[in-house]
Structures are given as C-alpha cells and as structure tokens.
Design a protein around this ligand. Structure first.
Ligand SMILES: [Zn+2]
Length: 69
C-alpha cells in the first residue's frame, strides 16, 4: 500500500478541463477539535483541479459532478 487511500470512483465524471481521470481521496484523520469529521477531496489526475470538501465522499462526488455540469 502507498499509505494514501486513492480510488477510482466509477461515479465520477472526467475532468471538465482536461478530460483526465478524477480520483477521490479519503482522509478520516480529525483536525483536532471534531470527534466526527470527514474529508473527501476529488482531484484530477491530469491537471490537479479538484474539489475539497469537509463532507462525505458521496457529497464530494456530487460536488465534483455538479461542477462538471
Ligand atoms: Zn484535469
């Protein structure tokens, strides 16, 4: 394993800028003051455009797909 959780998500649309594959990153490490905290970010593997949201992976996927639209 590489240490970072990277998965291709089948629900993700291609990057609107370069057409590259979007990858979703999950980070469940708390920032220090929240007991229940999730960070999911989606980043293009081509141009590194991404959405960064302190939400669930599902919401991050929705945000990415809304941006594409
Ligand atoms: Zn891109």
């Amino acid at each position: 394993m590489t240490g970072s959780d990277q998965n291709d998500a089948p629900d993700l649309k291609p990057c609107p800028f370069c057409g590259g594959t979007a990858r979703i990153y999950h980070n469940t490490s708390p920032p220090g003051n929240s007991c229940e905290w999730h960070l999911a970010s989606i980043v293009c593997s081509g141009c590194e455009i991404g959405v960064y949201q302190e939400v669930t992976p599902e919401e991050a996927i929705s945000a990415w797909n809304r941006r594409v639209n």
